[in-house]
Design a protein around this ligand. Structure first.
Ligand SMILES: Cc1ncc(COP(=O)(O)O)c(C=O)c1O
Length: 436
């Protein structure tokens, strides 16, 4: 039997360090909300491979759909010999996207590719080049996406030059003292000092910051941005790659604000673990680039489209939007309960099952504790729980359990989190002393 440490040693020799690992644990198999490593240890998965498994690992319906497609064909390239599942999934996403305007969808393979295509479509449609994004935002690791991403380390430094004509605004974040008014003022200032709005092709925003720390943009802010886009002919792009596909209790997080974006980028949970991404948007904008301007060899592969159609059935049949709300309520009430015992737990945030907690020193938002956060991820891993950190200050723990997680596993996972928290804060020793 191979071991995690053996594999990790081989990995260090064979794989560059630029691709980091959150845990030195190597997966052997997984089912729903559990993973088993190569040494036979079981882990409860509160990470979902970064929000990819809203329908859980290897959902039987998704597996059957992939297996069925595998019997027929695996690749023809949609641009060469098209197939129905691509069209059917596009129809389904068009119907699900918020707003009444007719929609169209293009499929791609990764989240970054969806963002790249959304930008290309917006530029072609407006014949403008400027782009506005947000500090703390994350849009992927290709050059255009790194340029849009609002965090220098580790995503931009050393990789330049970045794409020109990209402007970053502060993301409203009440906990860190950035109000909606601050962000809107910065936008006004940007149009005064730096760029003519008539040169701006698109504003891209995550309705809930993902890698940036799970801050939800207030509805009033998203509505104001919509109005600004309308008055200047700017394309509004909602990057729903992390916040979408049911995670927040709605199909797309922007629905909470009642805003219809022009374009939506989709990836991660759309195909239950098979690489697939999409841009869904207003048909007149999506149709701007001419034939051949968009696409990709593997984009919208038959296996991925089959999986995507199965994911939608599972979401409907298992009521996963409602379940996201229940999971979110459970997690946030338990986390808030722990705040009394653990002053290191700062703000608890939850929009549906997109749940996070800040780790801070002395209960102060101004004193993020990145070290403690790192230790907590490792301590949880040692106890058999996979959690992820995130945040502009690397001090946020995010919870992304599959929406299909059984209640008992959810509770067990949370208990493991609590034990890990006791260990890293020293509360375990204090508790043992008191009971001993
Ligand atoms: C909001 C957002 N946009 C884009 C991306 C990039 O997706 P990918 O890693 O599939 O390229 C991510 C990935 O985490 C994301 O969270």
């Amino acid at each position: 039997m191979t071991s995690n440490s053996e594999l990790h040693e081989r990995r260090h020799k064979a794989v560059p360090r630029g691709v980091s690992n959150s845990l030195a644990v190597y997966a052997e198999r997984a089912a729903n909300a559990e993973i088993w490593d190569v040494e036979g240890r079981r882990y409860i998965d509160f990470a979902s491979g970064i929000s990819v498994l809203n329908t859980g690992h290897v959902h039987p319906r998704v597996r059957a759909a992939i297996a069925h497609q595998l019997e027929k064909f695996t690749h023809t390239c949609f641009q060469v010999t098209p197939y129905e599942s691509y069209v059917a999934l596009a129809e389904a996403l068009n119907a699900l996207a918020p707003g009444a305007s007719p929609k169209k969808t293009i499929f791609l393979t990764t989240g970054a590719e969806a963002v790249e295509n959304a930008i290309k479509i917006a530029r072609f449609h407006t014949r403008r080049s400027g782009l506005i994004a947000f500090s703390g935002g994350f849009h992927g690791r290709t050059l255009a996406c790194s340029s849009l991403t609002g965090k220098v380390q580790p995503y931009k430094a050393g990789f330049g030059p970045m794409l020109p004509e990209i402007y970053h605004l502060p993301y409203p974040m009440a906990y860190h003292g950035v109000s909606v008014e601050d962000s809107l003022l910065a936008l006004e200032q940007l149009f005064k000092a730096d760029v003519d709005p008539a040169r701006v092709a698109a504003i891209i925003i995550e309705p809930v910051l993902g890698e940036g720390g799970f801050y939800a943009a207030p509805a009033e802010f998203l509505r104001k941005l919509r109005a600004v886009c309308d008055s200047h002919g700017i394309v509004f792009i909602a990057d729903e790659i992390q916040s979408g596909f049911g995670r927040t209790g709605r199909m797309f997080a922007i629905e909470h604000a009642g805003v219809e974006p022009d374009l939506i980028t989709i990836a991660k949970s759309v195909a239950g673990g098979v690489p697939l991404s999409a841009v869904t948007g207003k048909a007149e904008i999506m149709d701007s680039p001419g034939p051949g301007g968009l696409g990709g060899t593997f984009a919208g592969s038959p296996l991925a489209c089959a999986a995507g159609l199965a994911v939608l059935e599972v979401m409907r049949e298992e009521g996963l939007l409602k379940r996201a709300q229940e999971i979110g309520r459970f997690m946030s009430s338990r986390l808030k309960g722990l705040q009394v015992r653990f002053p290191c737990l700062g703000e608890v945030r939850a929009l549906g099952a997109m749940v996070a907690v800040e780790l801070v020193k002395n209960g102060s938002a101004a004193a993020p504790d990145a070290e403690l956060t790192k230790s907590l991820v490792q301590a949880a891993g040692r106890r058999g729980l996979v959690i992820l950190s995130c945040g502009i200050y690397s001090n946020v723990i995010r919870f992304l359990a599959p929406l299909t997680i059984p209640e008992a596993l959810l509770k067990e996972g949370f208990q493991l989190f609590e034990q890990a928290l006791e260990e890293v804060t020293g509360a375990a020793a204090v508790k043992a002393q008191a009971t001993g």
